[in-house]
Design a protein around this ligand. Sequence first.
Ligand SMILES: Nc1ncnc2c1ncn2[C@@H]1O[C@H](COP(=O)(O)OP(=O)(O)OP(=O)(O)O)[C@@H](O)[C@H]1O
Length: 203
Amino acid sequence: MAALRLTAEALAARRGDRTVFEDVSFSIGPGDVLAVTGPNGAGKSTLLRIVAGLLAPARGSIVLDPAPDAGRGVAVHYLGHLEALKPAFTIAENLAFWRRLYGGAGDLDEALEDVGLGGLAHLPVGRLSAGQKRRVAIARLLVIDRPIWLLDEPTTALDAAAEATLGRLIERHRTCGGLVLAAIHRPLPVDPTATIVLGKAAA
Ligand SMILES: Nc1ncnc2c1ncn2[C@@H]1O[C@H](COP(=O)(O)OP(=O)(O)OP(=O)(O)O)[C@@H](O)[C@H]1O
């Protein structure tokens, strides 16, 4: 994985008519894990969505060095609150869809083994538990090789074993030079390089 640096400079975000946060700056490079904490409504998901390019900042800038020719979007993988899985399709069909859409090349069976869902590729997603769906969403990170993982409360619905597995997968990603930005309420299953605390909850 090519060495990348992601630098955010004096970011501010507005949602509706409210400034959610301002003057947020950070710089992360290969192997870094940046945790973003703060109370409900402080803007953690907003920050991730801005870094993903899904929302524009009210002020400030985000620079990727080196900048991908096709833009920042191709370097990031956003794991949001929603799993973005079609319930009527099997696990394999869902992962194959996302892999094709994002231009990934990872092995589906290997990814499912990695998240503890080996042998279940044929099951419709609609029949899975919340934690199993989360594991499928995490497997998507593995079949599409992108350097920046944006994880919004990634341990939601995971049991202790799956949380430990996520920790190992994040460590593997770091070892390969990947970067992680994670919005959290509970501690991550890895030691973050740094933590940003966003301010006050919405009144
Ligand atoms: N689509 C939207 N339109 C207007 N305001 C929004 C929108 N989405 C979120 N907000 C507001 O932006 C603020 C920040 O929301 P955000 O989801 O980023 O917070 P968060 O820190 O991730 O919260 P939580 O810990 O509850 O997940 C909140 O006050 C929320 O009401």
